[in-house]
Design a protein around this ligand. Sequence first.
Ligand code: B1M
Length: 210
Amino acid sequence: MSIETIYDAVLRGDAPTAKADTQAELDAGASAEQILNEACIPAMTEVGRLFEIGEKFVPEMLIAARAMNSSMELLKPLLAEEGIEQIGTVVVGTVAGDLHDIGKNLVAMMMEGAGFKIVDLGTDVSPAAFVDSVSNDSPDIIAMSALLTTTTKSIIATIEALEEAGVRGQVKVMVGGAPITQDFADKVGADGFAPDAGSAARKAKELLAA
Ligand code: B1M
């Protein structure tokens, strides 16, 4: 076991090995931050890259994310103790009227893999709940997923609600989901769009840096 075997285990979606090797590395004196930054995050970044170029598919990405989570279960409490700062906070949710959550969960997992703290509001999230999350969770980014043509209007309603509440300027807004395009994102005044989970994590980092 080594940092490399954790990287490999996450990449091929081998949760038991990812967990066992994470524990072994911790016992051998590695820090949680080192395992996160040298194994988990690079492995999920690579999974995202392979997904984007069509060399990995949704089930493999879910399995890799599960392997990362099995390592993260051990790392999270230690990261809190070590006082490791996450790179930013993203509030994710599927918009009002929409119950699809597979894509949203993948986006959340890839963003977590990229180092973000994730606050997942779930599905059928009302504009008011997104607005409340700005004061409750102080997110850098609000990430909305919509899978139905009919619920794209919930994205518009949420952006309007953020504006009406006077908090639109405090957060970047990202949108995505099967019916969403860059053109739609531009029209509704979102700050970012991504077509898939891997590029969503990269876009979130770009928005944070902007
Ligand atoms: Co629904 N459904 N569904 N469904 N469903 C679709 C979306 C549909 C295209 C099927 C079809 O008719 N061909 C169609 C929508 C048509 C339309 O509006 N244009 C549809 C419909 C009509 C419905 C119902 C209305 C059916 C009914 O009851 N009559 C109903 C609606 C319920 C509701 O939401 N109110 C319904 C229900 C369901 C199930 C509950 C049965 C189930 C959802 C289970 C769940 O999510 N827990 C379901 C499913 C599974 C699908 C399909 C088959 C698969 C969706 C999926 O998970 N894809 C879908 C048809 C299809 O896509 N082939 C369909 C895999 C997932 C990884 O991809 O979600 O696109 P996706 O996410 C991607 C990207 O879009 C992107 O990254 C992800 C990973 O790469 N992405 C983001 C997503 N969010 C992002 C956010 C970002 C950035 C990127 O930034 C914030």
